[in-house]
Write a protein that binds this ligand. Structure first.
Ligand code: FAD
Length: 285
């Protein structure tokens, strides 16, 4: 392990060493992945930790494994590497779009999937709604071993993880059907999106919705599924215009957060349009 001159950055090459260092540091330390959130702490008027433990040299965190049954993503995989690895997989198009269109090329080359899921205060994380739609699970490692849980459960627990615990892997079951990711930044490059709608849908042979998952990001502080709209659409034929009308009737489900990019009411107001775009993208129209 390397200790920088100020003792502020540890660079372990194994997961066990990283966990041991983070456990020793307690509240004075934190993992450093792509650094794209941590480096902007002064802009948010947040204090930095005294010491960071860099994850970039831990090989297992950069692995991507693709089988017919599942996609496994190491927490240290960058948005760009993920997008490029799954770009030809039809069922994972939504996730590829989320990873391949977030932020800008320089950020995508550094920001990691793990950092995206672990940043508690980041409401506009693109990968969170995309992975919620895919029923993703996450693996957490600590000195006591490894534990798996649904991403939905992790989003509730992530703010209270004890020091010495790392997100190590994301496990995504492969599903029949199609997926899409629609986002609205107000400017072209680099802006956080005002709202995000991710979708996964499978239809029966007659074209009626058999299973649907819809998740909304950036509108509220944490991305979540839209169960009211999912229930309304199950068993129905899905076309972009009527889907948008159904979405407009289910907007009570959300309370938009006011933020620098947009007021809360606007984030909610544009959801039917984003949902229409997601349905059109998922159905190839
Ligand atoms: C200008 C700009 C625009 C951006 N726009 C978008 C956007 O539109 N959409 C989007 O999704 N992203 C966007 N990002 C990137 C966003 O910052 C990252 O997606 C992500 O939130 C941070 O990933 P990171 O690897 O850089 O994490 P870091 O900055 O290294 O860490 C972030 C937090 O996660 C913790 N952490 C990191 N990895 C782990 C782990 N494995 N286990 C436990 N804790 C961990 C760290 O301790 C820290 O608290 C943007 C970034 C910039 C700079």
């Amino acid at each position: 392990m390397t200790v920088a001159a100020h003792g502020s950055l540890l660079v372990p090459s194994s997961l066990d060493t990283a966990i041991a260092a983070l456990t020793d540091l307690g509240e004075d330390g934190a993992p450093f992945a792509g650094g794209t959130w941590i480096m902007r702490a002064p802009i948010r008027h947040e204090a930095r930790k005294a010491t960071y433990v860099a994850l970039g040299r831990i090989a297992e965190l950069r692995e991507i494994t693709i089988t017919p049954a599942a996609l496994e993503i190491g927490a240290g995989v960058t948005h760009a590497a993920l997008a490029s690895a799954i770009t030809t997989l039809d069922d994972l198009r939504g996730l590829a779009a989320a990873a391949g269109r977030s932020a800008n090329p320089a950020v995508r080359a550094a920001a990691t999937v793990g950092g995206n899921l672990c940043t508690v205060a980041f409401a506009a994380a693109d990968l969170v709604p995309a992975l919620l739609c895919l029923d993703a699970e996450v693996e957490i490692a600590g000195a006591g071993g490894r534990e798996r849980m649904m991403l939905e459960a992790f989003l509730v627990r992530r703010g209270t993880l004890a020091p010495g615990h790392l997100l190590t892997r994301i496990i995504v079951p492969r599903h029949l059907g199609h997926s899409a990711h629609a986002r609205l930044p107000l400017r072209k490059a680099g802006d956080y999106p005002v709202a995000i709608v991710s979708l996964r849908v499978a239809c029966d042979p007659s074209g009626r919705v058999r299973e649907i998952r819809i998740a909304v990001g950036a509108v509220e502080p944490v991305a979540r599924r839209w169960p009211m709209l999912e229930a309304t659409l199950t068993g129905e034929r899905l076309d972009p215009e009527s889907a948008a009308e159904r979405a407009a009737a289910c907007l009570d489900a959300f309370t938009g957060r006011d933020g620098i990019e947009a007021p809360g009411w606007y984030r909610v107001h544009i959801l039917p349009t984003l949902f229409r775009r997601a349905v059109a993208a998922a159905s190839g129209s």
